[in-house]
Ligand binder design. Structure first.
Ligand code: BES
Ligand code: MN
Ligand code: ZN
Length: 515
């Protein structure tokens, strides 16, 4: 079988992150970014500016710069100078400054630099250290946002249609004689986070004819070889032996058979630790199956594997930085298609936990691949926590819109941690209830459980369906990313298309070493 030519993330196309610490007078770059809050005296507050770019004090255009949110002011010095340009970036009111505003400002500034064809950018760390929010975290966020803002999905273009050259490097400039370790590792964390998000975006943006379960499994396997984590691919026979009748049924209508991909990052000394288990929905295309979806926006269902892509990206990043935490990733991959062999409404399926599931709607396929994966995971390991991530329900997108993922969790502490990781990384979650009163909607007359409830509260009944397969006492959270996995229009951190939502908070959670 062929695996299409791919370049998951072309590290050559990924802007290099450098450091400068030679003292302000010696800094060099095509442009320097200068952040400023509204009403602030940028020159007075940042004495380094005058040393790096003495001409700024007399630059006429700076007098009109107010520092309002979204304001960009390009200033030119003599072209032969070590730093011939400065881009002043408004952050709005200092009191209301959020990491989200800094991320958006950084992204917009980098996109401006790219559109000007500037090859190198300097970001002075002292500017960040004067902002509220902790300097290291802000370095991490700026580096990550700068890289995310330049993301383009180019894998399927034979010749680059637009020939704007992105900056080749971004240097973080530090005061003093050395680059502090903290600042350096913060920048590296931001860089790796962005790389992981871009990897997920690349996978998500690939269409169903190029990324089907075997192809996704093959990419996971190659990444495992490259970055040093383990990868086991379960084919139809292995799935059958493991009793995973649900995932097999969902994939039956497709010419591309389903796969369960099991990834593990077990750093030395942590091999016996209870793992964090991440489970991702990997529907490489969701037509709805026999309960076929309407045509409008059906193309976006190529992203129905973004939960699985997030899991793969998090494991890749953990392996690359050798995060001191054992993590297992499970990607439940299938293509949901209508066909003579497809599973049908009314069918009763066998789940890996030994129970039976009645299919009411073949478009509620995500929970079916997940229930097998969740049941099987608990058979094989004693997890520290299980977190699943899935583009599970249109109802969640309707409830929370395009900026918030849904979080379902019975444990306040775990929920709090996930919320905090979401907030810190700009992928916010909103907690929704696992409402007991709706459990009856999943009662089946013929099987142990049915796969849908009423239309109303659909995100909740989907979560309740998943919880049914979680053993009592197990720490578990469910993230519904339907709606947030797809970015509807170009913005400062992402072009139209896959967003990579969920990668950063999960990576942060793993880095935080959930005990
Ligand atoms: N993949 C969809 C959910 C989805 C919808 C993701 C919109 C992203 C954007 C999922 O498999 C699905 O079809 N869910 C159904 C469930 C219903 C049949 C109970 C839905 O939400 O309509
Ligand atoms: Mn569906
Ligand atoms: Zn789906």
């Amino acid at each position: 079988m062929s695996c299409h030519n791919f370049s998951y993330i072309n590290m050559e196309n990924f802007m290099e992150i450098r450091f400068q610490n030679l003292g302000w007078e010696n800094w060099k770059a095509g442009i320097m970014l200068a952040f400023s809050c509204e009403g602030a005296d940028m020159l007075a507050e940042n004495p380094e500016l005058d040393k790096a770019c003495p001409w700024l004090a007399v630059a006429p255009a700076l007098r009109d710069f107010k520092g309002k949110t979204g304001e960009l002011c390009l200033l030119h010095g003599h072209p032969d100078l070590a730093i011939p340009r400065v881009l002043a970036i408004g952050l709005g009111s200092r009191e209301e400054l959020t990491p989200a505003a800094l991320r958006a400002a950084t992204g917009a500034a980098m996109q401006k630099c790219a559109s000007l064809g500037i090859e190198s950018v300097l970001l002075p760390e002292p500017f960040l250290s004067r902002l509220p929010g902790g300097p290291e975290r802000l370095v991490e966020e700026c580096v990550c946002s700068a890289l995310l803002s330049l993301y383009k999905f180019t894998e399927l273009k034979t010749a680059s249609a637009d020939n704007t050259t992105s900056p080749q490097w971004l240097a973080i400039g530090f005061n003093g004689d050395t680059v502090p370790d903290g600042g350096q590792s913060a920048a590296r964390r931001g860089e790796l986070s962005a790389w992981a998000v871009c990897l997920a975006r690349d996978l998500d943006n690939l269409p169903g004819n190029r990324l089907y379960p075997e192809a996704l499994a093959m990419r996971a396997d190659r990444l495992a070889g490259e970055y040093g984590f383990s990868c086991r691919v379960m084919d139809e026979n292995a799935l059958d032996e493991a009793g995973m009748g649900c995932i097999l049924s969902v994939g039956r209508g497709s010419v591309h058979p389903p796969r369960l991909v099991v990834l593990e990052h077990a750093p030395a000394g942590h091999e016996q630790e209870k793992p964090i288990i991440l489970v991702g929905k990997g529907i490489t295309f969701d037509s709805g199956g026999i309960c076929i979806k309407p045509a409008a926006k059906m193309d976006q269902m190529k992203c129905d594997m973004s939960g699985a892509a997030a899991v793969l990206s998090v494991i890749c990043a953990s392996a690359r930085e050798n995060t001191p935490r054992r993590v297992i990733g499970i990607m439940a991959c299938a293509e949901n298609m209508p066909d003579g062999r497809a599973y049908r409404p009314g069918d009763v399926l066998d789940c890996a936990n030994g129970e039976t599931v009645e299919v009411v709607n073949t478009d509620a396929e995500g929970r079916l691949v997940l229930c097998d994966a969740l049941a099987w995971a608990q058979k094989n390991w004693t997890p520290a926590a299980i977190i699943d991530i899935a583009t599970l329900t249109g109802a969640c997108a309707i409830a929370l819109g395009s900026e918030l993922g849904g979080l379902f969790c019975d444990d306040d502490e775990l929920a709090g941690r996930i919320m905090a990781c979401g907030k810190a990384t700009g992928n916010n979650f909103w907690r929704l209830p696992l409402w007991k009163g709706y459990e009856d909607q999943l009662k089946s007359n013929v099987a142990d459980i049915r796969n849908t409830g009423a239309r109303e509260g659909g995100a909740i009944t989907a979560a309740l369906f998943l919880r049914h397969f979680i053993r009592k006492g197990e720490l578990w959270a469910h993230l519904d990313i339907a709606g947030v996995d797809w970015n509807a229009k170009n913005d400062a951190l992402c072009p139209e298309g896959a967003s990579g939502f969920g990668v950063r908070p999960l990576l942060d959670l793993v880095r935080g070493g959930l005990s």
